[in-house]
Structures are given as structure tokens and as C-alpha cells.
Design a protein around this ligand. Structure first.
Ligand code: G
Ligand code: G
Ligand code: NA
Ligand code: MN
Length: 252
């Protein structure tokens, strides 16, 4: 469709922009982390959501280039934050198509070396759905990333097919409980399920991130269930890079 030439133009003319949503650690370990979220500032259509343009970019074979732009920018941002005394971790959403490229791991390796960024500051978020079809290949890739020190996070957990098997079989550091779980967390049956999932993840040495936390009540329930990390509008919206520095400096 017409979006494809416009996407090519956007790549050439740097119309992409990242915002960063803080993730708050409930365990007092003091580490600061954010999720990088992509925005396209179209010259006359305004801001276009990744929900709209990522499927188009994937179909057009443009996703690899866009992911590289995102990774480069996140790493530059971490480098800048480090220079002002803030050591912050960042997660990057990875599209399933990115895995089809053999050059993907070496690209990440090179850029981390060039920028002198500790790989453990980078987390790759992969949706549960994208793990489904190519399980074996993805598992090998995740092992390789983890050997490099990069963290793996299984996004939107609970929405896919065979979720529990993924928790057991896929090598990962974090699991992100889908927003729909958190929305329903005040219901007794959801509460029982979420509490057991958190406990299972911990038994498997996986940390739990709750996404889409929108109320104090949800936050308190998650705290009582020993959830590790929370993210959502109640804690902070996605922030412009300039506001990130202020957010963390004011938090102390
Ligand atoms: O931030 P927002 O709610 O608009 O994000 C919509 C969707 O786009 C989410 O599923 C999110 O994971 C995805 N997304 C945001 N940024 C990126 C990105 O840089 N790469 C990929 N592949 N997906 C992204
Ligand atoms: O698919 P993924 O989990 O990456 O999607 C993340 C998206 O969720 C982001 O685009 C972000 O804008 C959105 N988001 C973040 N916090 C909240 C929240 O508390 N409520 C809702 N409804 N959306 C949120
Ligand atoms: Na995500
Ligand atoms: Mn998610």
C-alpha cells in the first residue's frame, strides 16, 4: 500500500522517535530500567502507532532496518545517560522477522562493543506469539544472547497458545504478565492464577514484570504477591528522553 514508500522515506529522513516507559523494581535492588517504544512522526499524518506501521514494515521487509535504528538509538541514549551518572537498563521490542537474519546477533555484538555498553543493560522483549512457530531456532538464539550477557524477556505472557510450556522451555530472564491479567487482578480467580504464576516463575528462576498497572489497588496486590517489577500508567507514562533524566533524578 501507500505506507511502504512513506516508510522508506521515513527511514531515510529520520522520522522515527523513541519514548521510554520506566519499569519500577519492587525489590529494592535499586536498578533502573525502561522500555523503549517507537513512534513515527509523519510530516502530515501526525504520530503513527507501531501497531499500524510495524505490520506494514514487516510485510515490506523493512523491519530489520527499523530495528537497527531502534537499537542504535537506545544504545546511544544509554551511553548519554551513563555520562550524566545514570546507569539505566533498557528493553527493546524485537519483531519475529528480526530472527530470520543471520546478521542480527553480530550486529548487536558489534554495536555493544563500539559503544562500550555492558550487554547486561540490554533486554530484548519478544512476544510469546513470535516464539510459537520457530521454537527450536528461537531457543538457540536466546541462549546465544544470554551467553553475551543480554537479557531476554517474554512479552505479553498468557495471551498465546501453550503459555505454560514456553515458561518451562524458553530460556528467559523475565516474563511480562500481559496487561489483561493485571486489568482483572481484583477478581479472586485471577488473583489465585497470577499468584501461582509468579510463584512458578520464581521457582524457574525467572523474574516477573507486571505491565499495564493503572491503579494503586493493582500495585498493592502485585506487591503482596511478590511481583518483582511493575510498569504502567499508574507509575509513569512513556517519557520523552529529556524527561527521563528528571524522572530518575527526582526519584532518589
Ligand atoms: O507504545 P504502544 O502502545 O503504541 O505500542 C504498541 C505496540 O507496538 C506494542 O505491542 C509494542 O510492543 C510495539 N512496539 C513499540 N515499539 C516497538 C519497536 O521498537 N519494535 C517493535 N517490533 N515493536 C514495538
Ligand atoms: O505489546 P507491549 O507490551 O510491548 O505494549 C506496550 C504498550 O502498552 C506501550 O505502547 C504502552 O504505550 C502501552 N502501555 C503502557 N502502560 C500502559 C498502561 O498502564 N495501560 C495501558 N492501557 N497501556 C499501557
Ligand atoms: Na513490550
Ligand atoms: Mn507487553
Amino acid at each position: 500500500g501507500e505506507l511502504i514508500p512513506e516508510l522508506l522515506h521515513a527511514i531515510k529522513n529520520d522520522q522515527f522517535h523513541l519514548v521510554y516507559q520506566p519499569k519500577i523494581c519492587l525489590k529494592g535492588e535499586g536498578h533502573k530500567s525502561v522500555e523503549a517504544l517507537l513512534r513515527w512522526h509523519h510530516p502530515f499524518k501526525g504520530t503513527i502507532s507501531p501497531l499500524v506501521f510495524i505490520p506494514v514494515a514487516e510485510e515490506a521487509g523493512l523491519m530489520t532496518e527499523i530495528t537497527r535504528i531502534v537499537i542504535r538509538r537506545v544504545i546511544e541514549e544509554l551511553k548519554y545517560l551513563k555520562s550524566v551518572g545514570l546507569e539505566i537498563k533498557a528493553s527493546i521490542n524485537i519483531s519475529p522477522r528480526d530472527f530470520n537474519h543471520d546478521g542480527f546477533t553480530s550486529f548487536i555484538k558489534h554495536i555493544l562493543t563500539d559503544c562500550e555498553i555492558d550487554p547486561s543493560l540490554i533486554e530484548l522483549e519478544v512476544t510469546e506469539r513470535s516464539v510459537l512457530d520457530k521454537s527450536q531456532r528461537v531457543i538457540e538464539l536466546f541462549k546465544e544472547f544470554r551467553q553475551m550477557g543480554i537479557k531476554i524477556s517474554l512479552d505479553d505472557f498468557g495471551t498465546g497458545y501453550n503459555s505454560l510450556i514456553h515458561l518451562v522451555n524458553v530460556p528467559m530472564d523475565f516474563v511480562k504478565l500481559d496487561r489483561s491479567f493485571i486489568t482483572n487482578i481484583t477478581k479472586p480467580n485471577y488473583q489465585k492464577m497470577i499468584e501461582k504464576l509468579i510463584s512458578l516463575a520464581h521457582d524457574l528462576n525467572i523474574k516477573v514484570i507486571a505491565e499495564g498497572v493503572e491503579t494503586k489497588e493493582q500495585l498493592n496486590i502485585l506487591k503482596s504477591m511478590n511481583c518483582d517489577i511493575v510498569q504502567g500508567y499508574y507509575l509513569s507514562k512513556p517519557l520523552e528522553r529529556e524527561d527521563l533524566e528528571a524522572f530518575y533524578k527526582n526519584m532518589v
